[in-house]
Design a protein around this ligand. Sequence first.
Ligand code: BTN
Length: 244
Amino acid sequence: LLGELILLDRVDSTNAQILARLEKGRGHGAVMFAEQQTAGRGRRGRSWASPFGGGINFSIGWQFNGGVQLLEGLSLAVGVALTRALAEFGVPDIRLKWPNDVWCRGRKLAGVLLELSGDLTDRCAVVVGVGLNVGLPEASSENIDQPWIDLNRVHPGIGRNDLAASLLNQLLPLLETYPVEGFAAYREAWQQLDQFSGRSVRIVSARQEWTGVDRGVDDTGALILEADGGVKRFYGGEVSLREA
Ligand code: BTN
């Protein structure tokens, strides 16, 4: 399943690089790791701190035969796959925060950024970008706007190469089978890992905020928020979840 494997010391953003390849019709199965990113991208237009040796940062390019509807819930399924890779090494206390942050002990351990390319109605392509904190210096905190945790603090001694290999061994087969399986194959697992299940949360967009109880996700990966006797669904792109 693996195409080109690119290992770099430094790059602007592995997501940007893989996206550029997909836009030229290349890059299916391409994987790029970078020790350092000078313009690492996070969700909702934020940056992703990626100093040298501070994490496992990589992107995978994948081309699908079909439209963007095939990708519904994919970012949540990627979150589940990351937790499975971490479980292989016995990392404790791993949870997910909707839509796809990996949390540990109430803090963020890893983030996922999906970016789309191509003809979204017919042959869509996606970049799956993953950033996992491993060896991130405390000094990086200045640039990070939420509580974070480092894998070395939770479970030191995991080989970086071993972990990188396990992550790919989870993610590449997921991408291969996702058009057939869809989110239905991951929904139950996602809900089992939901850090905020049954708890009061806030959903925050650039201009608005909603408060309610986290009632899990539907079969498209939308978050179900119960408030004022009704439910409201939220889709990943523009909103973020916070503890109420
Ligand atoms: C988030 O939680 O906001 C998503 C963070 C995603 C970061 C990764 S690091 C590798 C890849 N390249 C990027 O520029 N971003 C993603």
